[in-house]
Design a protein around this ligand. Structure first.
Ligand SMILES: Nc1ncnc2c1ncn2[C@@H]1O[C@H](COP(=O)(O)OP(=O)(O)O)[C@@H](O)[C@H]1O
Ligand SMILES: [Mg+2]
Length: 220
């Protein structure tokens, strides 16, 4: 098993693809099957180009074992605010400059998924901060999550709870900072509560610009 590491230069459209090309050369040299080389190349190239187009440089690291190639592409931001949306065919936020060069069809991530056995996309949205707290003294506020959006654009969020202890009732509260009233009760706007099943512990919501949202989860 060996690990190869290549830097991906920021916004370098002309030299772009060098890291995935180097990986391809290496796989050919060690005699990998041509179909495997092709699949690894497509997946690595799309991930590399995403760093060039959407981020500011990063690293491609490939671990090559006898029957497996793991390609890890990381960058330092700005991150993907909505990963499920980014995974959809045709979804793209590519700049006009990138589009003029023929990028931005929104097919990269789906293409990676098609050409690999496993794809994991993770992103730490740098604009959304969160706080989770547990307090066993109050059943109504035993599990609590607070999210706030430190940016001027709205951000879709997906909250996935792990190891949920049975059915929970979620009670959302929105902090309405735009209201002219100074009254706390007016500023804290409760929304309809809903049930969360242990097998579908996902909450989707949208955070308004500079918006704050709070959920408490109560056990049934
Ligand atoms: N490394 C990344 N950093 C930030 N955003 C990314 C990154 N990779 C993908 N994205 C986001 O996911 C979207 C979809 O990516 P992709 O399917 O490759 O399409 P395209 O690159 O043509 O836009 C991008 O438009 C961008 O919004
Ligand atoms: Mg792409």
């Amino acid at each position: 098993m060996e690990t190869l590491r290549f830097d991906i230069q920021a916004r370098d459209f002309s030299g772009a693809g060098a890291a995935s090309r180097a990986l391809k050369q290496h796989l050919k040299r060690i005699g990998a099957e041509s179909d495997a080389v092709r699949r690894a190349m497509i997946a690595a190239y799309e991930a590399e180009m995403n760093v060039v187009i959407h981020a500011d440089g990063g690293v491609l690291e490939a671990t090559v074992a006898e029957h497996q190639v793991d390609v890890d592409v990381t960058d330092g931001g700005p991150g993907i605010p909505d990963v499920p949306a980014a995974m959809r065919e045709g979804f793209s936020t590519a700049s006009a400059e990138a589009r003029a060069l023929g990028f931005g069809a929104g097919l990269g991530l789906p293409n990676i998924a098609r050409n690999s056995d496993r794809l994991r996309v993770t992103s730490a949205g740098p604009n959304v901060h969160s706080l989770a707290a547990r307090d066993d003294r109050y059943s109504a506020y035993q599990y609590n999550v607070l999210l706030w959006n430190f940016s001027g654009s709205s951000v879709p969020v997906e909250l996935v709870l792990k190891d949920v202890p049975g059915r929970l009732t979620a009670k959302p509260i929105v902090l309405d900072a735009a209201t002219p009233s100074n009254d706390e009760i007016t500023r804290l706007r409760p929304e309809s509560s809903f049930d969360l099943k242990p097998d579908q512990p996902t909450v989707r919501a949208s955070l308004e610009p500079y918006g704050v949202r709070f959920w408490s989860f109560e056990k049934h």
